[in-house]
Design a protein around this ligand. Structure first.
Ligand code: HEM
Length: 334
């Protein structure tokens, strides 16, 4: 556990070699003393997503003091047959591993009781309510057809909607895997540290994408999605008002674009105002890399792809070859 915690901290470049094993041991000792009152594992000894009868069966097969050599079937039924029972078992709360429970579309789950869901994490509050409504409407429409009821997940709908909006905006089309299962749990705490930040540099971006199994090439290609959509003014206000003591304006911003941003987002603007991320062709899936060449990347995390020599060549090649960009985008998305 200590080694894993150390490796996780060291994987973040800005934290590398800053947290010692001695610190980790001290914090772990402090936390474990507090845990019995607060930790979920003590409040819910049994994972609530398991149906009680299957949980009881597992407790019998694997009593607390189980022999570590004991093995049990991954599924509770038809263990020797290659059939679709795996999915039926999941529907019945009989997925053996947490990873079997599915983890997609958990953003759709509402907060309830004492649980604050992902949706209500500070970083997700800006997500458009219309988007949630649209997915819920599509799900209701699919479920209204008796033969489709409970067959199309919100995760499938989100995946198809993403694919379709890119195509509709003039971008590439790509095949998507369907039959995704919707996640059953959603906690705001699980969002912490999982989203990239708009003022990050290339190392920080690469670290986060690598943590998710994605390369620098994937990261550059996926950033191209900022050719569509909106950003709230507070996400880049530092670049146009208080970048540094010497330069209130980020010098990598094109000056006329900076003026335009200052007009759209005056200093005292309400945090609700959002502007297009692509100032030139905001509803077309194109041009993002050309914008960066003009100093029109809205976030530091966009513009750095041009200013950092390690990503510049890839970025320029895609600015000159939309087909190569589309191929890289599809590769990263699928
Ligand atoms: C590279 C690291 C990234 C950073 C730092 C970043 C940051 C941001 C920020 C700050 C916003 C504005 C949020 C708001 O104010 O509401 C935004 C919007 C958006 N991002 Fe990213 N993002 C990144 C990568 C991606 C990727 C990989 C995709 C998809 C493949 C993506 C797609 C979008 C879209 C579509 C929007 C617009 C949302 C809307 O219109 O409501 N971003 N991003």
């Amino acid at each position: 556990m200590v080694m894993k915690a150390k490796a996780a901290v060291d994987a973040v470049s800005s934290c590398k070699n800053k947290v010692s094993c001695a610190d980790i041991l001290t914090m772990a000792a402090r936390d474990v003393v507090q845990m019995p009152e607060n930790a979920n594992c003590y409040k819910n000894p049994v994972d609530p997503t398991l149906i009680p009868s299957y949980a009881a069966e597992l407790q019998q097969q694997c009593p607390k003091n189980f022999d570590p050599n004991t093995v049990i079937a991954l599924g509770p039924s038809t263990t020797g047959i290659f059939d679709n029972m795996y999915y039926k078992n999941l529907q019945n709360g009989q997925g053996l591993l947490t990873s079997d429970q599915g983890c997609d579309a958990s953003i759709m789950i509402q907060s309830s009781g004492s649980n604050t869901a992902e949706k209500d994490h500070q970083d997700n509050l800006s997500l458009a309510g219309d988007g949630f409504d649209m997915v819920n409407k599509a799900k209701a429409a699919a479920d209204a057809v008796p033969s489709c009821r409970n067959k199309v997940s919100c995760a499938d709908i989100l995946t198809m909607a993403t694919r379709d909006v890119i195509k509709m905006a003039g971008g590439p089309s790509y095949p998507v895997e369907l039959g995704r299962l919707d996640g059953l749990s959603s906690t705001a705490a699980s969002v912490n540290g999982k989203l990239p930040i708009p003022n990050w540099n290339l190392d920080q971006l690469n670290d986060m994408f690598a943590f998710n199994g994605l390369t620098q090439i994937d990261m550059i290609a996926l950033s191209g999605a900022h050719t569509l959509g909106f950003s709230h003014c507070d996400q880049f206000a530092n670049r146009i008002y208080n970048f540094s003591k010497q330069n209130p304006l980020d010098p990598t911003l094109n000056p006329s674009y900076a003026t335009q941003l200052q007009q759209l987002c005056p200093k005292d603007i309400t945090p609700l105002v959002a502007i297009h991320m692509d100032p030139n062709t905001p509803t077309t899936f194109d041009m993002y890399f050309k914008n960066l060449q003009q100093g029109q990347g809205l976030f530091t995390s966009d513009q750095v792809l041009y200013t950092d020599t390690r990503s510049k060549q890839t970025m320029i090649s895609w600015a000159n070859d939309p087909k190569a960009f589309n191929d890289a985008f599809i590769e990263a998305m699928t």
